[in-house]
Design a protein around this ligand. Structure first.
Ligand code: CO
Length: 131
């Protein structure tokens, strides 16, 4: 596995992008809306990984709830694996709890989330990129 991205919840995506762009000197940024997860995402490409800034697109978005209770900040880390389905099965066998089934994520990826209680307080996304 490798760290695919680190995701940060923000109140105002355009403001946050401006700040991150300036602070990190990043030129290449992509935007994407993932309706199924209720988020709009800005993807900041680093040399070895990505930072994703996320803002909620609707009141029922889990990010909306996160911002209301915890405020802006680190939301999850994402680990990339080649075979997400078999990895999920293996991890379930070790007692790891998941939040939802494997489903489509951004840019053609497949994703699911590991319950933070299973990894000592860190919400962790498992993802695989299309081959
Ligand atoms: Co993510």
């Amino acid at each position: 596995m490798r760290i695919d991205h680190v995701a940060i919840a923000v109140n105002n995506l355009d403001e946050a992008v401006k700040q991150y762009k300036t602070a990190l000197g990043i030129k290449e940024i992509e935007f994407e809306t993932i309706e199924s997860e209720g988020v709009r995402v800005a993807i900041l490409h680093l040399n070895n990984s990505r930072i994703e800034l996320m803002e909620p697109t609707k009141d029922s978005s889990p990010i909306k709830k996160f911002l209301e209770t915890r405020g802006e900040g680190l939301h999850h880390i994402a680990l990339e694996t080649d075979e997400i389905e078999s990895e999920v099965e293996r991890m379930k066998g070790c007692g790891i709890r998941f939040l939802g089934e494997v489903r489509p994520g951004s840019q053609g990826t497949k994703i699911t989330f590991i319950h933070p209680k299973s990894l000592h307080g860190v919400l962790t996304e498992l993802c695989s990129h299309p081959k």
